[in-house]
Design a protein around this ligand. Structure first.
Ligand code: PSV
Ligand code: MN
Length: 386
């Protein structure tokens, strides 16, 4: 697609979901550095997310993580979001931070632990009913550290049993997103280590089970765009958890480490119809040393820039070059789009949306950072895992 009005329309309708936990303090296992003005409650996280949406115009939903965002009344939280022009997005389950889960959650050898983990997942669906969320995101830290520690195939059976119970509980308009990650915290086997395992489970479950591709969850050198193309073709790409990595699951800003990879991924999304098929474009990041709200704004802009470049690929010229076996010509078509400066186009898109052309400058001018640093004093700041 290179017809500019159509490119602009596609950019205006793309939504990027921001994660509640990215607004809180985070760090590595060595140190969490607190930042001034960091939210203390889920409501304050939503206040910050509203600022991101106000200056980007394309971040209208916020993913919650349970229990990090536990509240008494989820309906009231959804209303709070709506009053700020937001909606609550994916509900992320958490069966990895309880002592009982040392040897696994839904794949644990003890049925009592499995029941407890399943209870949490079902509770997350209750929360979705209250918040109006479409997606339940499942990531399991389950795995083993040593050969022989547990039965690899039996763990798959236990996983399948839990997933099927959750699937049965989903409403007609709800989806289950199964996220994979190749290692960490388990170091020998991980029960959902790759797209193939996630895909196999989702295929058995049915159409409302889809795969979530977290871009930081692959071995170095993995061709992520190939996975994206394949999952889209099979109608099993449900969502992205965007972030970038230099080494492992670094959770850095998407598009920061490898903008060319992000472009290649977004090209396959555009090519495979993923901009209009309900794929959720979520961020899953931690801003350990950089200011959080500007980092989230930058990340949203990075997704938009990669998407704009992908939309600018001259698909007709590419098809001709591919058909003629013109290897260099085909590659040049992609590179021409990648090398286009799309910032002026995105500035126009924002002006047409009625917002300022430069989101970073607009945020700086808003005075929000000073205001929250002054007002959010006392109480306990939210953090990854709390
Ligand atoms: C796991 O590493 C993960 O990517 C999952 O999406 C979790 O829910 C999230 O990170 C928490 O930050
Ligand atoms: Mn993730």
């Amino acid at each position: 697609m290179s017809d500019v009005p159509a490119v602009k329309a596609a950019l205006k309708s793309q939504a990027v979901e921001t994660p509640s936990w990215a607004y809180g303090n985070s760090g590595t296992r060595f140190k969490v550095f607190a930042q001034p003005g960091v939210p203390r409650t889920p409501q304050e996280k939503l206040d910050d997310a509203a600022q991101v949406h106000a200056v980007t115009g394309v971040a209208p939903t916020v993913a919650l993580h349970i229990p990090w965002d536990r509240v008494e009344d989820y309906g009231a939280l959804a209303k709070y979001a709506e009053e700020r022009g937001l909606k609550l997005g994916a509900i992320n389950s958490n069966v990895f931070q309880d002592d009982d889960y040392k040897l696994g959650s839904v794949t644990h050898p003890d049925p009592a632990v499995r029941r407890k983990a399943l209870g949490h997942l079902l509770e997350c669906v209750d929360i979705m009913d209250a918040t109006g969320s479409r997606d339940l995101k499942l990531w399991f830290s389950d795995g083993t550290n040593y050969p022989g520690q547990d039965d690899i195939a039996a763990r798959q059976d236990r996983l399948a049993e839990a997933l099927s119970a959750v699937y049965e509980r989903l409403g007609e308009d709800q989806r289950m997103l199964l996220e994979y990650k190749f290692f960490e915290p388990a170091f020998y086997t991980t029960d959902v280590p790759d797209w193939g395992t996630a895909y196999a489970h989702c295929l058995k479950l049915g159409p409302r089970a889809q795969v979530c591709v977290d871009t930081g969850h692959h071995a170095p050198g993995t061709n992520i765009e190939f996975i994206v193309a394949l999952l889209l073709r099979e109608k099993k790409l449900g969502a992205f958890d965007f972030n970038s990595r230099f080494y492992a699951d670094d959770d850095l800003m998407v598009g920061a480490a490898d903008p060319f990879q992000l472009f290649r991924i977004m090209y396959e999304v555009v090519r495979g119809g993923g901009l209009t098929s309900g794929v959720a474009f979520m961020l899953d990041q931690c801003h350990n040393i950089e200011p959080k709200i500007p980092a989230i704004i930058r990340s949203v802009m990075n997704v938009q820039e990669a998407t704009a470049k992908a939309l600018l690929v001259d698909r007709d010229a590419l098809a001709v070059a591919q058909r003629e076996g013109d290897v260099l010509g085909a590659n040049a078509v992609l590179m021409d789009a990648y090398n286009t400066d799309v910032r002026p186009l995105l500035a126009e898109v924002r002006e047409e949306l009625g917002i300022a052309p430069d989101p970073m400058a607009a945020y700086r001018a808003s005075g929000w950072a000073d205001r929250i640093a002054a007002e959010r004093v006392g109480g306990e700041q939210a953090g990854w895992g709390a």
